[in-house]
Design a protein around this ligand. Structure first.
Ligand code: KIV
Length: 254
């Protein structure tokens, strides 16, 4: 798709029903993201999600998918200890789910790990820029690589990840110009989130783009629907109709 100049559309999913809808709508790629920790489990950060949780969510998603390419996120702690430990955990994902690839966060420090996993025949998607699993080290979710020297390091890291064997990269919350430069200077597809229009594709968290999470309003999220309001008014109407005994009517009764 990159070679043909066709942009790649990617969304997160964590459950069967959502995966079925977005797969039928012809999404190209689905990420079973560790953002499940936030939007599914209500955690403050992505750190608490476990490998067992990701495997469970990936199994649920894959049951709803017949055409999209599914990537499972490696959770915090499942790949940082050693390349051997990372490979063992990546193999668990590939054995226990039908996902086609795994994703992990980090740059130069992840090169050996990426080589180890790709050498075993497992496709790896890299993740650079804002890497939420390092939130306590970063200190905030602010824009990454605003300065020229930081941008140059990030570009070099993207090249390193390509050389290490990544089939694709996510770049998160970086200036648009840098997103474009990285996309132009590596041959693998670069999928952006808050990284501008020059990337080879875009990814968003499903719950954000569908308006299920109205209090979360970063600049890079566009709302394509307002499901929070629709669900809320449907539930209010249901409550009202149960209370006034207009539901169930004869139509819904045997
Ligand atoms: O877990 C996730 O949803 C992600 C995206 C933000 C890229 O990593």
């Amino acid at each position: 798709m990159k070679e043909q100049g066709e942009k790649i559309a990617m969304l997160t999913a964590y459950d069967y029903t959502t995966a079925k809808i977005i797969d039928a709508a012809e999404i190209d790629m689905i990420l079973v993201g560790d953002s499940a920790a936030n939007v599914m489990a209500g955690q403050e950060t992505t750190l608490p999600i476990t490998l067992d949780h990701i495997i469970y969510h990936t199994q649920c998603v894959c049951r709803g998918v017949s055409r999209a390419f599914v990537v499972a996120d490696m959770p915090f702690g499942s790949y940082q200890i050693s390349p051997e430990d990372a490979l063992k955990n990546a193999i668990r994902i590939m054995k226990e789910t039908p996902a086609q690839a795994i994703k992990l966060e980090g740059g130069s420090t992840m090169v050996d790990t990426i080589q180890k996993i790709t050498n075993a025949g497992i496709p790896v998607m890299g993740h650079l820029g804002l890497t939420p699993q390092s939130i306590h080290q970063l200190g905030s979710y602010a824009l990454i690589a605003k300065e020229q020297d930081e941008a140059s390091i990030l570009l070099e890291e993207a090249k390193m990840l390509e050389k290490a064997g990544c089939f694709s990269l996510i770049v998160e919350k970086i200036p648009s110009q840098l997103g474009q430069t990285i996309s132009e200077q590596v041959s693998i597809p670069v999928v952006g989130i808050g990284a501008g229009n020059g990337c080879d594709g875009q990814v968003l968290v499903f719950h954000d783009m569908i308006g299920l999470n109205p209090e979360f309003k970063p600049k890079f999220v566009k709302r394509y629907a307002d499901l929070y309001s629709q669900i809320s008014s449907g539930v209010s109407q249901y409550i009202q109709e149960v209370k006034d005994a207009s539901f169930p009517s004869d139509k819904e009764s045997y």
